[in-house]
Design a protein around this ligand. Structure first.
Ligand SMILES: [Zn+2]
Length: 322
């Protein structure tokens, strides 16, 4: 698929209004949830940047609680080139693996320093929508983590159709699992919720539509804005609810041992592989096989393959529960 989604011109929006570049915060002065919407954790994932730009330019401001909008990896985004978009995923290392006190305390990379600068905003958020997009064409996915309360949260949001309960990555902690967002007690007792939405292929304009839809769903569900305010300020952003929602329970993933990984077919994701033991690819000549019958492939991609990178996840499927 061609990369047709344009890079948004952020201009002065990249400055933010908090003293931390790229971070905007608006406080209604009225009690309510603190909602954080983050974009550009990966610099080549433009859909979320378009959505935040749209919110900022619309003049929509919170009616209750607080709203924080964060353009996260602006240094990577500044390097974006559609002809070589993978190169601007990050500058030094993947920002979405640095969300632990240990990594942030070790300021060895631009991304760790940036995560440390953003962490106070993540710490104080009650609800997080982290907007991402995908290396390959595919249907949108909401990554909910393992909490049933986050599954119910994604059902209450009403889209997308496919939810993924996954434990994150072996190579580091994601923003959506960081701090209270990864703490079952905080999720249960403090109403903390987080979801990472993969809105579709990086270069597909449909990914922007998904990101915009997710934003207005979150704003209305949180009470930070009324649905009518969202429709007035951001007309056409709200899309139809998913006709039904599935939860994929991720049971594990395949971590590459190096660059030499291929799949047997051009998998797009969400394929259901009938028989356990089916060979779906090879890593340095060693077969990659499915672990059980009716195994769903989640986000297969070998384009970033190198030692330590997850190239496909395996999942079982069931109806999502609200
Ligand atoms: Zn991403």
């Amino acid at each position: 698929m061609d990369f047709t989604l344009e890079k948004p011109a952020l201009g002065a929006l990249a400055q933010g209004n908090t003293g931390t570049p790229g971070v905007w915060r608006f406080d209604s002065g009225v009690p309510g949830r603190h909602v954080l919407i983050s974009a550009l954790v990966h610099g080549n994932e433009l859909c979320g940047a378009w959505a935040l730009k749209g919110i900022l330019e619309s003049g929509l401001r919170p009616k209750r609680g607080r709203l924080t909008l964060a353009f996260c990896n602006l240094d990577a985004f500044d390097r974006f080139d559609a002809a070589n978009h993978d190169a601007s995923r990050f500058v030094e290392e993947d920002m979405n693996r640095q969300w632990s006190a240990e990594r942030m305390a070790d300021a060895r990379s631009l991304e760790r320093r940036r995560a440390r600068a953003l962490a106070p905003f993540v710490d104080e958020a009650d609800w997080l929508l982290d907007l991402h997009s995908m290396h390959e064409p595919g249907l949108p996915l909401a990554l909910t983590g393992l909490s049933p309360l986050n599954e119910a949260f994604a059902v209450a949001l009403g889209a997308p159709e496919t939810l993924v309960a996954d434990a994150g990555h072996k190579d580091g902690v994601r923003m959506r699992d960081y701090g209270r967002f990864g703490d079952p007690a905080a999720i249960a007792d403090q109403g903390v919720r987080s979801v990472l939405v993969e809105c579709g292929f990086h270069g597909d304009p449909a990914s922007r539509t998904v990101a915009q839809d997710q934003c207005v769903r979150l704003l209305a569900l949180s009470g930070v804005a009324d649905a009518t305010d969202c429709e007035a300020a951001l007309p056409g952003w709200r899309q139809a609810d998913a006709p039904r929602q599935w939860l994929l329970e991720v049971t594990g993933g395949v971590v590459a041992t190096g660059h030499d990984v291929q799949f047997t077919e051009p998998f797009q994701g969400l394929e259901v592989i009938g028989a356990a033991g089916t060979v779906i690819g090879h890593d340095a000549g060693v077969p990659i096989t499915t672990p059980y019958d009716d195994c769903v492939l989640v986000m297969p991609s070998v384009r970033q393959a190198r030692a330590g990178v997850t190239v496909v996840r395996f999942a079982r499927r069931r109806p999502a529960v609200g």
